[in-house]
Design a protein around this ligand. Structure first.
Ligand code: 1HN
Length: 351
């Protein structure tokens, strides 16, 4: 790899000068330029894997330690091993696994950060967004756009568990964090279930539709529907060598991403299929929902199964392989944020 910039040497005279700069809250750029401007991405985060068989029992244990109400959100944060203590899974995204026990509610609030949920386990739990409740089914991809009130509840008889993804590090990088509680534990339900899907998610839009926010007006992308789409796409091909059969979740009113900062994807890898080595600048969080397989990430092999979570850092070469059953991978990243700033890049890697 070419070196973009070589740091100049040090001398007594220079050292003495740097010392005087330091006292005035200044510093010589040429001493740090190589770290600031790298010839290719050198993210702090590293490839990592969380096994659901480790996460699930630990998360269920928290159910006896603290209520969802006391915790506000009862979540095990997935911390990138190279960035411990920062509540970040990548340099731009937060992720965690949340538990709502039968009979519990997680109180209503809103914040500047945008959130997504990917449902792992649920029978009858719901999330409410903007006056409408939606029943959470395993595999559903759910949005809580910036500054929308949201609360969760579980009237079912089994624990509800889902993967959260938020753009908290981006919001904080910009210094734009705001948050407040709803006046009451659960928000008022003003619409019957399915309202948003009927209005905005049926290849139709209200004739006078005007976007209320820069995110999608639908907020639950049902797994049954997305999975069926993948199956149909696979029937007719062609298969993409780098991605298998891969679809992106969109805002149906614009064709753009579901939220301005976070994008999400669902892909099918037929049994035995191995993807061509690929890299992109958007560090990506993956969660397999069907099948087992392995990913080679920057030369390291990670074996995964259903509901494990793994991370591919920016510009790190990845290849996924499906074992003997078809694999479905959910993933999310900050790609829309990068694209809107003109920063996103991808390439197929020669091996
Ligand atoms: C949040 O509001 C939720 O609403 C989950 O379920 C995780 C992590 C950081 C900040 C806010 C939720 C969160 C969060």
């Amino acid at each position: 790899m070419s070196t973009f910039y070589v740091k100049p040497g040090i001398s007594e005279k220079r050292k003495e000068y740097y010392g005087r700069l330091n006292k005035k809250n200044t510093a010589p750029l040429w001493e740090v330029l190589g770290k600031l401007v790298t010839p290719y991405p050198q993210p702090e985060c590293v490839p990592a894997l969380w096994k659901y068989s480790d996460v699930r029992p630990l998360l269920l244990e928290s159910g006896d330690l603290i209520t969802a109400q006391e915790a506000e959100r009862r979540v095990m944060v997935l911390e990138n091993p190279a960035m411990r203590g920062l509540s970040q899974i990548t340099h731009s995204l937060y992720s965690g696994v949340q538990l709502v026990q039968p009979g519990e509610i997680a109180p209503s609030h809103r914040h500047a950060a945008s959130a997504l949920r990917f449902v792992l386990e649920s029978s009858g739990a719901y999330t409410a967004v903007d006056g409408e409740r939606t029943t959470m089914e395993p595999g559903d991809f759910i949005l809580t756009p910036s500054w929308t009130f949201h609360d969760h509840g579980n009237p079912g008889d089994r624990p509800a568990i889902w993967l959260d993804g938020l753009d908290v590090p981006i919001v904080n990088m910009f210094g734009t964090s705001f948050a407040e509680h709803y006046p009451g534990e659960t928000q008022e339900v003003t619409k019957s279930e399915g309202d948003a899907e009927a209005r905005y998610g049926s290849n139709l839009l209200p004739v006078e539709y005007k976007p209320e926010r820069p995110s999608a007006p639908v907020f639950n992308y049902r797994y049954s529907k997305s999975r069926e789409a993948l199956e149909q796409v696979r029937k007719n091909g062609p298969i993409d060598p780098s991605h298998g059969f891969k679809l992106q979740y969109i805002n149906p009113a614009t064709g753009g991403p579901p939220m301005p900062t976070i994008g999400a994807f669902l892909q099918l890898l037929p049994s035995g299929f191995t993807t061509r080595a690929y890299r992109s600048t958007d560090s990506t969080v993956f969660c397999p929902t069907e099948g087992t397989g392995r990913s080679t990430i920057g030369g390291q092999v990670f074996e995964w199964g259903k509901h494990d979570v793994f991370v591919v850092p920016s510009w790190c070469t990845v290849s996924h392989s499906a074992d003997s059953a078809d694999v479905v991978l959910f993933s999310f990243s900050d790609r829309p944020g990068q694209k809107s700033l003109g920063l996103w890049r991808e390439e197929s890697v020669e091996e």
